[in-house]
Design a protein around this ligand. Sequence first.
Ligand SMILES: Nc1ncnc2c1ncn2[C@@H]1O[C@H](COP(=O)(O)OP(=O)(O)OP(=O)(O)O)[C@@H](O)[C@H]1O
Length: 269
Amino acid sequence: MRYGDKVAVDGLSLTVERGSITAVLGPNGAGKTTTLETCEGFRRPQAGHVRVLGLDPVTQRRELLPRIGVMLQSGGAWSGVRAEEMLRHVAKLHANPLPVDMLVERLGLGECGKTPFRRLSGGQQQRLGLAMAVVGRPELVFVDEPTAGMDPAARRTTWELLQELRADGVTIVLTTHYLEEAERLADMVHIIDRGQLIATGSPEELTRGSSATVRLVVDRELPADAEAALRAAVSTWSEQHQVGLQSISFGSRTLEDVFLHLTGRELES
Ligand SMILES: Nc1ncnc2c1ncn2[C@@H]1O[C@H](COP(=O)(O)OP(=O)(O)OP(=O)(O)O)[C@@H](O)[C@H]1O
């Protein structure tokens, strides 16, 4: 895929298994959105071959559209519309939609109230976009950076929803530049950079290697001498087992852990 002289996607070749979550991971400008938009039929590649559910996304678009869901990186709703109103409208366009009330509740869209779409926060717009993409029970959903701009609780809810869709047999293709998102959700990860595929594999395959990280989480504040004692114990163990210790660090919980604990959202779900 080229934009003028700029080659955005260059000889990229990948396939997606039905009923799986596939993550297309890459830095800004890697070509993730262009890849998705090509699969969605919004862009016609100058060369190459794209088939989605066996169909050509450009020439067989009318057949393909009812079978796929698309969550764009931004927009997708009229500027003055209310979130719930928009979702109900989209649901009516489908023969057998998911229950709108369930999606409103799961994705916290009730809190958007009467606020028009253009005034919703970025995270609220994202959640509405996700609901609109899945409400028609698509066989395949394309989600472009689904959790960008979401707070940690909304991010967890989104991950759970995507996992439930997979359990129902829906195929999900998502782009992300959050490594954690790919690691937690994806069955298969394709890493792209500068329009080219640089690695493919399951998160386990990609993270398997010659080094490992061990994280220890304890349920109380440690006494002052604990750090020295733990360091000594770990050093002894690594010497005995001839394992080179590259680093050892002590710290508190991550900010995400603290946020989720304080807001109690994780406990509710
Ligand atoms: N409409 C366009 N016209 C010209 N160049 C474009 C256009 N859309 C994208 N590009 C360029 O193509 C390349 C790939 O862009 P793309 O949006 O696919 O990347 P991305 O991986 O989705 O990035 P991000 O993570 O920032 O969303 C970038 O260099 C971008 O500047």
